[in-house]
Design a binder for this molecule. Sequence first.
Ligand code: NAP
Length: 290
Amino acid sequence: MKILVTGKNGQLGRSIQKFIPNYDHHEFTLVGREEFDLSSPESISKYFDINSHFDVIINCAAYTAVDRAEDEVNLADEINHLAVKKLAEFANSQNAKFIHISTDYVFDGQNESLYLESDNPNPINVYGKTKLLGEKAALKTMPNNAMIIRTSWIFSEFGNNFVKTMLKLGSEKNEINVVSDQIGSPTYASDLARAILHIISNANFNRKSFPTEIFYFSNIGETSWSDFAKEIFMLTNLNCKVTPISSEQYPTPAIRPKNTTLSKEKITNHFRLQIPLWQQSLKECLNEIM
Ligand SMILES: NC(=O)c1ccc[n+]([C@@H]2O[C@H](COP(=O)([O-])OP(=O)(O)OC[C@H]3O[C@@H](n4cnc5c(N)ncnc54)[C@H](OP(=O)(O)O)[C@@H]3O)[C@@H](O)[C@H]2O)c1
């Protein structure tokens, strides 16, 4: 299969690149902002004028600066919503399948239990709103042959993320305050990358046609940011005390949802996936970083 992956320099894009050598029966093309600027409809059209006939398009690129999005509403909308519509239109016109990555931040976080794919979204920040508009555009443009994978709390050995921030703070300070009233499931980008590569080889994905659906993927288990930080320090023997604080004590431009733990039942059953516990994957990531 000819597979196009956007966002080649992001956490997920780089994690997919890591495993591509195991899938040399497919032909992968990875694009970054330079050759494929999602904030420019002309850039996307120009790319597809020259490069076409993909069998699968995997969109890992996104405007992910959650706080900055509160000020850069139009740019976030262009990349997370309008560009997704355009990508879905091109996928449709080429008969390509489309995998689009979305977020737990489409929810307000008021659920007391795991979120199911059937739950109604209600985003409370600009990033979540633009990502939801992108999902809706993909669903409308491609009622068939697309997949939306909502994920949460991505960490990896690449780029900037919570794990790398904690490693830095933990080596500089004796004590830090970390929010304890936001609960979610961390996702090791390598696990999501492996899952996506598994899915594109799965018979359910390779049917001639299938209805577009939403799936959830994160690691198994749930935690708060403060317990996540404690686990990082415990596994790396960093002597830094974590003091749990509330979201109100750590105000940010964008409000974060309180509980966004996602059920993984649908994706594991549909594609026969086995997903590791987040603590196990955190160890793997820390080994990669060290
Ligand atoms: N990170 C999380 O905690 C998290 C949680 C839930 C869902 N998600 C979703 O998961 C997906 C992957 O996230 P990630 O953590 O891998 O994100 P990431 O590390 O921030 O990577 C996003 C990539 O998108 C690219 N990008 C941004 N603006 C672009 C533009 N105008 N044109 C082309 N490319 C552009 C960035 O390019 P540059 O490298 O050039 O900046 C970057 O490589 C995204 O859809 C995100 O919304 C992420």
